[in-house]
Design a protein around this ligand. Structure first.
Ligand code: FES
Length: 156
């Protein structure tokens, strides 16, 4: 596998070194890599598996199981829209249709025009005040299509 020149491989080793000795180290290491690199590069799978005495398939399985983990770079901004049931009951489907149309991309894609990555999430802990959205890690509740547009305009 060729190295991805867009990240510092030392970031992966630093994440491994920080957590490898603790029980249940895989998830903390993956979170740390994503924080340091912005995503989990495919080149990280082999060293993480080796450090934890796991197979590459086991590590890849965890990365692909959790929606939170990304295996490719994201845009400058990250928009996550809750698609779980409580938010759906409060209008999340209309909101995600609006967001996809507004951004010109589907979930798991990055809008070419806006450099915004759109991801689904399945509960942000704001179930009573949905639809819930996270924009660059900041949570927003009761997000209507109009409010979504206004939030996107802030700090573009
Ligand atoms: S269901 Fe959307 S925040 Fe919980």
């Amino acid at each position: 596998m060729s190295a991805d020149p867009s990240f510092d491989p030392q970031a992966i080793q630093a994440a491994i070194d920080a957590f490898a000795d603790m029980p249940g180290a895989l998830l903390p290491i993956l979170h740390s890599i994503q924080e340091r690199v912005g995503y989990i590069p495919p080149a990280a799978v082999t060293p993480v598996a080796a450090a934890l005495n796991l197979s590459r398939a086991e590590v890849h399985g965890v990365i692909s199981y959790y929606h939170h983990f990304r295996d490719r770079p994201c845009g400058k901004r990250m928009v996550e829209i809750c698609r779980a049931e409580a938010c759906q009951a409060r209008g999340a489907r209309q909101l995600d249709a609006h967001a996809r149309q507004r951004l010109g991309c589907e979930f798991h894609q990055t809008s070419a025009e806006h450099d915004v990555t759109l991801e689904p999430v399945y509960c942000l802990g704001l179930c009573a005040t949905g639809p819930a959205v996270s924009i660059d890690g900041q949570l927003h509740s009761r997000v209507t299509p109009e409010r979504f547009d206004a939030l996107l305009e802030q700090n573009p």
